[in-house]
Design a binder for this molecule. Structure first.
Ligand code: ADP
Ligand code: MG
Length: 457
């Protein structure tokens, strides 16, 4: 087949597909490039389009071509960033997702609204070492928007407070400066509004809206990855605001280097000001956050319960909040004081299957009891004879080493001992291990026996 045949075959296939997919925006982004024996090369503007189009249309197109020509031709989709999509030739169809675009339509034309969540304030943000740099930079910006640290990029994993801190900046500014126009938007909403503006000839409204704010807060910019057109628009928005000293704040769930398919100019603009990160909270901060959140909700829990939750939910603040919400709901609905046992039970799904290799606490205690030739009941009991106390300490140490039990949970296994007692016992053994070689061999022997018995089960 000649190049011309391939091309006209492609165009026929495309127009037939368009007939049955009237509301699809993706097809209009496909450009014909050239053909070789049995292969049609197409181009799209970015990896994002490539993924979408491959997923949705590649096989439909191939079978359509087969239907028309009887030939088994393959389609190859390349990325060509230089493809030109001006506003006129872009067929964005908001009908593709009426709900999404209904919001975009409303947002773009409605009167000014900051979109800020009033609960996200600096007062409600618990400070710690892991976030003090980000907190102080954010606070400084809220006192002096557009003057220092512009743009600010807050990055870090999910649920660590990026949105909270960003909105705190907005809320603080709006409290003190009612002359300033502040706008919070997620990268996804920004993208939707932009696509809508293209399809509905509202690009001027879009540009007016975003280029005339004093403080622009864009959340989750990793979402722009691969979206070439909206990146372009954002670049101009950025330039307009930056050159007139208006504050811009971004958040991202990874470092800028890790955001793929981001236009170089935009990447350099994002990174131009100050970049601050948020780290997961350490145990003490997790306790403080839980106490603060409980206080805000006007409930209180024992220190033991707070510590139990903080010890076991170490991922991020969002998970801590979810755990707390569950416990509070239980407390209110069942009207019962929350104990560590209740909390443990309520959170067992979030804490997950934490017992490594099915090693049971009972097995460890029994192995230690046999080794020292004492009763298993005594180890778990309250007797204070030297050898029983010693075996008890070793058991606690081994449970902490060999399972995922927290010291609070270990305390529960030993008749409700406080976690500090467990910590003390473990420390005693650690000290002995440092200076007493027989201690080391005892521990090694016990570990081997426990593992052997566990696998023999
Ligand atoms: P991200 O945007 O990083 O995913 P969010 O800002 O949405 O995280 O935070 C998740 C939840 O945790 C929010 O309810 C927020 O108020 C809370 N949160 C996060 N960090 C803190 C903190 N240091 N102090 C108080 N609450 C926090
Ligand atoms: Mg967020």
């Amino acid at each position: 087949m000649s190049e011309w045949d391939y091309r006209s075959l492609w165009e026929r296939a495309l127009s037939e597909i368009k007939k049955s997919n009237t509301d699809e925006i993706w097809i209009s982004y496909i450009h014909y490039e050239n053909s070789q024996e049995g292969l049609i090369n197409l181009a799209v503007p970015s990896a994002f389009y490539k993924n979408q189009i491959e997923k949705k249309y590649k096989s439909i197109l191939e079978s359509k071509i087969h239907e028309i020509s009887g030939e088994n031709l393959k389609i190859n989709i390349n990325i060509n960033e230089n493809l030109d999509y001006s506003d006129e030739n872009t067929e964005v169809k908001p009908e593709e997702n009426p709900v999404k675009f209904a919001d975009a339509r409303k947002n773009i034309t409605e009167t000014y609204n900051t979109n800020l969540n009033k609960n996200y304030t600096f007062e409600r943000f618990v400070q710690s070492e892991a976030n003090s740099f980000a907190y102080n930079a954010s606070y400084a910006i809220s006192k002096n928007p557009g003057k220092e640290y512009n743009p600010l990029l807050i990055y870090g994993g999910v649920g660590l407070g990026k949105t909270h801190l960003m909105e705190a900046i907005g809320n603080e500014i709006s409290r003190e400066r009612n002359d300033l126009k502040i706008l919070y938007i997620t990268a996804e909403q920004f993208t939707n509004e932009f696509l809508y503006s293209l399809s509905d000839h509202k690009t001027r409204e879009f540009k007016n809206k975003y280029r005339n704010v004093d403080v622009l807060l864009i959340d989750d910019i990793h979402f722009f990855s691969g979206k070439k057109q909206v990146q372009e628009e954002l670049f101009y928005t950025f330039e307009a605001l930056y050159s007139t000293n208006h504050q811009i704040v971004f958040t991202c769930d990874r470092t800028l280097d890790q955001v793929k398919d981001l236009n170089d100019r935009l990447r350099s603009r994002f990174g131009r000001g100050l970049q601050v990160d948020l780290q997961p909270p350490v145990f003490e901060t997790r306790c403080s956050i839980l106490m603060k959140k409980a206080e805000e909700k006007k409930v209180s829990f024992s220190q033991e319960v707070i510590e139990f939750v903080a010890r076991n939910i170490a991922t991020n603040v969002r998970d801590l909040e979810a755990a707390l919400t569950k416990i509070i709901a239980y407390k209110e609905l069942v009207n019962k004081e929350i104990t560590v046992e209740i909390a443990q039970n309520l959170l067992k799904d979030s804490i997950g299957n934490r017992k490594t290799n099915d090693l049971s606490v009972e097995l460890i205690i029994k192995t230690v009891a046999d080794y020292f030739n004492i009763s298993h009941v005594d180890i778990k009991g309250k007797k204070r004879n030297t050898n029983i106390s010693f075996a008890r300490q070793i058991s606690m140490y081994l449970i902490r080493e060999m399972t995922n039990y927290s010291t609070t949970e270990i305390g529960i296994e030993f008749g409700g001992k406080d976690h500090s007692t467990v910590m003390y016992s473990c420390r005693q053994i650690e000290e002995k291990l440092k200076c007493d070689p027989t201690m080391d061999s005892t521990i090694q022997t016990l570990k081997t026996r426990i593992k052997n018995q566990s696998s023999a089960r």
